[in-house]
Design a protein around this ligand. Structure first.
Ligand SMILES: Cc1cc2nc3c(=O)[nH]c(=O)nc-3n(C[C@H](O)[C@H](O)[C@H](O)COP(=O)(O)OP(=O)(O)OC[C@H]3O[C@@H](n4cnc5c(N)ncnc54)[C@H](O)[C@@H]3O)c2cc1C
Length: 388
């Protein structure tokens, strides 16, 4: 068993780390305060170091690397700004969905700009009345007389759905008629600007403030017959597949933030004086920092194992769920400890760890909440779990 990264992986990690610490970390506070999607910075990152191209096949302009390499990049971005890492992660994950399931036309039309980092896409499952309960989605696609599809419904909290760079939204909609015995979902590629699609006002969020999050209202939005990604009726399967590799990436997002909390806490504890020594010389502060370090290292092992197994095609649902669950739950704990180590300053908005605490809270809710992950883990161990 080899736990070492290859030299190429270390080089990639170093490149992204240097870029993120030089270009992203210094502006993260302002991005959070402004709450505006950083279009120029996203373009710059991809021009400078091509992060968005990492996991795509070379025939689409990608670097042909894997989940491990993309996760390393996301971890380094998140170490500077988890919100920016999340934006990148969603853009890449929706692109990978097209690469894996899309038609030649969809790939040729939309992938080049996603891979070049000039465009982003979204994947819209969640609705106002149903998030975890995917069987409760009601957005519906109906056949038109002209052989097209008309989609109506509402999606909630959709990342990357309405920024300058959004080129498409992947919309999960029921595509069987209301009278069908069993309803089936399909995933539709809805190009930005499609008539009948209204992107609602940006949400005012606790964290991830500079990520782009909107509701999407669809009222008789007409798309062509070939707008379905993959086969008609396979939407649920494709969305779940997307969530599965997104779980590796979200684990890396949480891990990168936890590492940043640890970095800041060690530096602060070595500098700040109390009771005639540094904070780092006080045993109870040492305990907090040691606890953080153990959680960071365990997260890293689980996240890297999940990514490596995803690339080898051997990742089980249980391993993916465990990585997502553990990395995301502990990133809140680690961020909370980091605030504690920083004392009153840790509560100030200009102290990075206060932002980290706000940002990472959502990782326990999105992309399959912690409760849903524990249900998957329990089911995969043979317990009776009902997802209907
Ligand atoms: C900033 C942000 C970005 C997002 N981006 C996207 C996106 O790009 N695309 C997208 O589709 N969605 C997105 N979401 C939505 C997110 O995925 C959902 O919020 C999440 O899946 C939870 O769904 P919900 O909000 O409807 O909560 P609910 O499903 O109503 O759950 C509420 C609570 O009940 C718990 N719960 C639910 N069911 C069970 C159960 N059976 N057993 C035990 N506990 C249960 C949940 O864990 C949770 O704690 C985003 C959300 C946010 C806040």
């Amino acid at each position: 068993m080899n736990f070492e990264l290859t030299q190429d992986q270390k080089n990639l990690q170093e490149t992204v780390r240097e870029w993120a610490q030089a270009e992203l970390a210094p502006v993260a506070y302002e991005l959070d305060k402004e709450g505006k999607f950083p279009t120029e910075l996203y373009l710059k990152m991809n021009q400078d170091i091509g992060v968005a191209s990492i996991p795509f096949k070379e025939e689409h302009g990608g670097l042909g690397l894997g989940t491990v390499e993309m996760s390393l990049a996301i971890e380094e971005l998140a170490r500077a700004d988890q919100t920016f890492a999340l934006t990148t992660m969603v853009a890449v994950a929706t692109g990978l969905t097209l690469q894996q399931f899309g038609s030649d036309f969809q790939k040729q039309t939309y992938l080049p700009d996603i891979v070049a980092g000039k465009a982003v896409g979204s994947i819209a499952g969640t609705e106002p009345q149903a998030g975890s309960w995917t069987a409760g989605f009601t957005t519906r696609a109906k056949r038109t007389d002209e052989g097209k599809w008309s989609i109506s419904g509402e999606k909630a909290f959709i990342t990357n759905s309405g920024c300058d760079l959004t080129s498409y939204n992947l919309i999960a909609a029921i595509s069987t008629p209301p009278e069908a015995e069993k309803s089936k979902m399909s995933l539709f590629l809805v190009p930005a600007g499609t008539p009948g699609v209204e992107i609602g006002k940006s949400y005012d969020k606790l964290g991830w403030r500079s990520s782009d999050t909107h509701p999407i209202y669809l009222d008789n939005a007409i798309v062509d017959d070939d707008a379905i990604v993959g086969n008609e009726g396979d939407g649920r399967y494709i969305v779940h597949k997307t969530y599965q590799f997104a779980r590796c990436y979200l684990s890396a997002c949480a891990l990168g933030l936890s590492q940043a909390c640890l970095d800041h806490s060690i530096a602060y504890a070595q500098d700040r004086k109390a009771f005639g020594k540094t904070l780092g010389g006080l045993q109870m502060v040492q305990k907090m920092i040691a606890d953080m370090a153990v959680k960071v290292e365990t997260s890293r092992l689980l996240a890297r194992q999940a990514a490596a197994k995803a690339d080898a095609g051997t990742a089980s649902l249980k391993e993916l769920a465990m990585a997502k669950y553990y990395c995301c739950e502990t990133s809140s704990e680690v961020a909370d400890l980091a605030v504690q180590v920083h004392g009153g300053f840790g509560y100030m908005n200009d102290c990075p760890v206060s932002r980290y605490l706000r940002d990472t809270r959502i990782t326990r809710i999105g992309d399959g909440s912690s409760q849903i992950q524990t249900m998957i883990i329990a089911r995969e161990m043979g317990l009776e779990v009902d997802f209907t």
